[in-house]
Write a protein that binds this ligand. Structure first.
Ligand code: PBG
Length: 328
């Protein structure tokens, strides 16, 4: 009781604040998304994601070296597929010589230590812009799973460390795990989007990959954001099916979900701070309305405080710079 207890004693100086700090954010916590593009010398800025680019493979070495130099040790790959290669079967997704497969091999040849994680979903490859095979306006679940497991296998053959299914079909983790086990890829991990909401925050990403749904929305497979308990059952199912790491997406609006999962599961949790979150931060920075560096730092700490072990973020390079500056 006061005055025996004065909480301000532990806030009195930077040194005491640092020593009692419950959270220690480091570059080891961060995963950097990379958008791969066909062509050469392509470094196209994504309009709704200022400071973020689509990169052709010939520019990857420079990018990987720069990330590694900043201490960033993990990348999450997405591929922008030309429209002419899109269909309703995911044909290009299975091409052993496709952009994603080539990208994985190349990064592994540039740097054997960097952790390579690949997106597994059909939307960048789909003529309908949906995450699955479409029939009569329905996104088919079981048929999609068959393609996803082959897709995951082709990434494993290219040398990926973790596949990351972002599609939200039921049962896909189990199918992917069996495909990997049956083909000798017992060490290839699965980082599952276990909790992925049908959010309004993905639109800049869909600009980046030109992957807007051609009809309807994604509400029949991505989760309804009114629901909280459902996130736990989704995650427990994925773990049961073989997920090694689980993702909660989007991030900041869903800290309650991260916090719930943290009390219920022992697997590592990743937060995905999505494109719309990045766009909001960058837009207000450009207006001069927030101090971007300190807000981004606070945002990262919030993810860790909620209970995640890692953060997928388009701000990764900025965070590395902020941490290296020792300002916080
Ligand atoms: C699709 C996918 C999406 C994102 C990652 N994978 C978009 C969607 O579901 O439509 C969004 C990421 C972001 O907004 O940063 N499989």
């Amino acid at each position: 009781m006061f005055p025996k207890q004065r909480k301000r004693r532990l806030r009195n100086s930077d040194s005491i604040r640092k020593i009692v700090s419950e959270i220690n954010l480091t570059v080891n916590d961060l995963i950097t998304p990379i958008f791969l593009a066909e062509g050469e010398k392509i470094k196209e800025e994504i309009e709704s994601m200022p400071g973020y680019f689509r990169l052709s493979l010939d520019l990857l070495e420079e990018e990987i070296d720069s990330l590694w130099g900043l201490g960033l040790k993990a990348v999450l790959l997405f591929a922008k597929i030309p429209n002419k290669l899109k269909d309703n079967k995911g044909t290009e997704a299975l091409n052993e010589n496709g952009l994603m497969q080539k990208g994985i091999k190349l990064i592994k040849s540039i740097n054997t230590q960097i952790l390579v994680i690949s997106d597994v979903a059909l939307d960048p490859y789909s003529s309908y812009g949906h995450d699955g095979i479409v029939l009569d306006n329905e996104i088919l679940n079981d048929e999609t799973n068959k393609v996803l497991s082959k897709m995951a296998l082709s990434h494993a053959k290219a040398g990926v460390d973790f596949v990351s299914p972002s599609d939200m079909m039921d049962g896909r983790i189990g199918e992917i795990r069996s495909a990997l086990e049956n083909n000798g890829f017992k060490n290839t991990g699965i980082m599952s989007y276990s909790v992925k909401y049908a959010s309004n925050l993905y639109s800049p990403f869909r600009d980046a990959l030109s992957s807007n749904p051609g009809f309807g929305d994604k509400k029949t497979y991505q989760m309804d954001f009114h629901n909280r308990k459902e996130a736990i059952s989704e995650t427990l199912l994925d773990i049961d099916e073989g997920a090694d790491i689980v993702i909660v997406k989007p991030g900041t609006f869903y800290l309650d979900i991260i916090s719930d999962l943290n009390t219920k599961i022992n697997q590592p949790i990743a937060a995905y701070q999505v494109s719309g979150e990045y766009a909001m931060l960058k837009a207000s920075q450009s207006k001069g309305w927030i101090d971007y560096d300190s807000v981004v730092y606070e945002n990262m700490v919030a993810f860790k405080r909620a209970g995640c072990s890692m953060i997928i973020t388009y701000c990764a390079k900025d965070v590395a710079r902020i941490l290296n500056s020792k300002k916080y």
